[in-house]
Write a protein that binds this ligand. Structure first.
Ligand code: UDP
Length: 343
């Protein structure tokens, strides 16, 4: 058994895939989750897939006392991977205080509890949303961050600023912040995947739910953008590739020869696909036409986002290996076979 790692939000979409990758690489995992957007059944599924049941602590990270207590119990952990956060853009516009409170208090409490228990490494879930509407493609990590059009996006931008100030102030804790592009796909087992609560905000679950008959039709938000077919371009990345980026980040943090206070990496494939290309690719995988309609632009959407992957390749020694078909096929398999079991 290798080192112990605390994974907050380990029952969520990206968290659960990362936990499985960590277990396969013999890490001892402690999941902290409050099930606010996940389910206890994920623990059974992680066990079924990996053969190991991770330690589990049901904790609301907004409480420092509760966070401190669990970090104290697991003070032999070497690192924390902090996924736990609210992530629905539209909900954050409706309820900004809930987003600032949840996403920022939890980060502050995690950092303080790490400090008090000398758990000296952190991987933070950031987002390409910190780039706002970038002027240059592909986006490199040194592109300026911009105020987001949503409170959700701002919690990621502010969190990175907190991490910068925090790592500047002391030398013990080193941090890697991973800026995710657009995670889609599901584990090859078909046992875990994305499980959006309510109406999905994101494209891929909306597509699969439409094809499954849960939604009547996909609304395509605008076809008058300055892109090849007028619909916005995004860098979709397989969630298992994303999980593997966390493994690489962890290995880098635990290798003391490479430690630096704060490093930031894009996690994308470097390839951009438009909304219409995603629909066509989905239709090819599912074998039937998707019901969709072009409608108005969604406020806050930007025309084009895709990552420069050079830094992650050269420094993190990570690059995505799964293609668009793998991503879409696994999302579709997950939607068809298993999501109903988790209701
Ligand atoms: N999109 C769409 N209809 C939907 C959901 C998304 O046309 O129901 C488009 C959206 O305008 C964007 C792309 O799909 O261009 C990806 O959207 P998503 O919300 O998944 O990711 P983000 O906008 O955060 O990159």
């Amino acid at each position: 058994m290798k080192d112990k790692v605390i994974v907050t939000g380990g029952c969520g979409y990206i968290g659960s895939h990362t936990v499985i990758t960590l277990i396969h690489h013999n890490y001892e995992v402690v999941i902290i989750d409050d099930f606010s957007n996940s389910s206890p059944q994920i623990l059974d599924r992680i066990e079924r897939i990996s053969g190991v049941r991770p330690h589990f602590e049901q904790v609301d990270l907004k409480s420092f006392e509760a966070t401190q207590a669990v970090f104290k119990t697991h003070k032999d952990a070497k690192a924390v991977i902090h996924f736990a956060a609210h992530k629905a853009v539209a909900e954050s516009i409706q309820n900004p205080l809930m987003y600032y409170q949840n996403n920022l208090f939890s980060l502050l409490n995690v950092l303080k509890a790490q400090q008090e228990n000398s758990i000296n490494h952190l991987i933070f879930s950031s987002s390409a949303t910190v780039y706002g509407n970038p002027s240059k493609m592909p986006i490199t990590e040194d592109a300026p961050t911009q105020r987001s059009s949503s409170p959700y996006g701002n919690t990621k931008k502010i969190a990175e600023e907190i991490l910068e100030d925090f790592t500047n102030s002391q030398s013990e804790i080193s941090v890697i912040s991973l800026r995710y592009f657009n995670p889609i796909g599901a584990h090859a087992s078909g046992q875990i995947g994305e499980f959006p609560s309510g109406i999905p905000n994101n494209l891929m679950p909306y597509i699969t739910q439409t094809a499954a008959g849960i939604r009547e039709k996909l609304m395509v938000f605008g076809n008058d953008y300055p892109t090849k077919d007028g619909t916005p371009i995004r860098d979709y990345i397989h969630v298992v590739d994303l999980a593997e980026a966390h493994l690489k980040a962890l290995e880098r943090l635990l290798d003391t020869s490479t430690t630096s206070p704060l490093e930031i990496f894009n996690v994308g494939t470097g390839n951009g696909f438009s909304v219409l290309e995603m629909i066509k690719a989905f239709e090819a995988v599912s074998g039937s036409p998707l019901n969709y309609e072009i409608t108005d632009r969604r406020p806050g959407d930007v025309p084009e986002m895709f990552a420069s992957t050079t830094l992650a390749k050269n420094v993190l020694k990570w690059e995505a290996s799964r293609n668009l078909k793998d991503m879409i096929q696994s999302s579709w398999t997950w939607e068809q076979n298993l999501r109903s079991e988790l209701k």
